[in-house]
Design a protein around this ligand. Structure first.
Ligand SMILES: Cc1cc2nc3c(=O)[nH]c(=O)nc-3n(C[C@H](O)[C@H](O)[C@H](O)COP(=O)(O)O)c2cc1C
Length: 173
């Protein structure tokens, strides 16, 4: 596990190789095993591999999403906000679980923030994603994960660069 943590970096360049169905199933299993508050499981996960949909999702906000158009896979993390007041946390945990499993199989990933971001037209990035995917308004969109085999190499952060001063013991000061 520590090796996975050490080596995971955000990957934004992918080969065009499709992720095979048996690996997709493992990614799905990881998402569905993510813990949720009160075991509410308010989320749904939309796997997108259609090129025109990927292109449309890549424009959900002006910055930080464009690389999605060249990714072979996006997983959209959405949740029914009426099912949980902490759907944001539940989606975040599922997202990082997905990233760590992907890294364990040498699959690259990058988180694309959607909630609280704006589409170029001024509507929310969430609304833009809802429109592309036919998601009803109560299905809130937290983020999109871009996934694929890596076409760039990024070294893990060296241990010496970790900010151990951010760790406090017993009291903050
Ligand atoms: C909550 C969150 C939102 C993020 N949003 C984006 C994003 O919209 N676009 C993007 O390219 N990267 C995004 N990232 C990736 C971060 O930029 C990246 O994790 C950070 O720079 C550290 O780099 P590393 O993941 O390679 O360690 C996001 C990461 C997190 C955790």
């Amino acid at each position: 596990m520590l090796d996975i943590l050490k080596n995971r970096r955000s990957i934004r360049k992918f080969t065009q190789t499709k992720i095979p169905p048996e690996i997709l199933l493992l990614l799905q299993e990881a998402l569905l095993r993510a813990p949720t508050s009160k075991n509410n499981r308010p989320w749904d996960f939309i796997f997108v591999d259609d090129a025109s949909l990927l292109q449309a999702l890549a424009t959900c906000k002006p910055h930080g999403a464009s690389f999605l158009k060249d990714a072979p896979l996006a997983v959209v993390l959405a949740a029914d906000e009426s099912k949980s007041d902490v759907w944001v946390e539940d989606c975040a945990i599922a997202a990082i679980t997905l990233q760590y499993l992907a890294q364990s199989m040498d699959i690259g990933s990058c988180w694309i923030q959607v909630r609280k971001r704006q589409h170029a037209s001024g509507i929310s990035a969430e609304k833009a994603v809802q429109q592309v995917l036919n998601l009803p308004a109560h299905m809130r969109v937290a983020s999109i994960m871009a996934l694929g085999y890596k076409a760039e190499t990024r070294a893990g952060i060296p241990k010496e660069k970790l900010e151990f001063q951010k760790i406090k013991f017993n009291r903050y000061s």
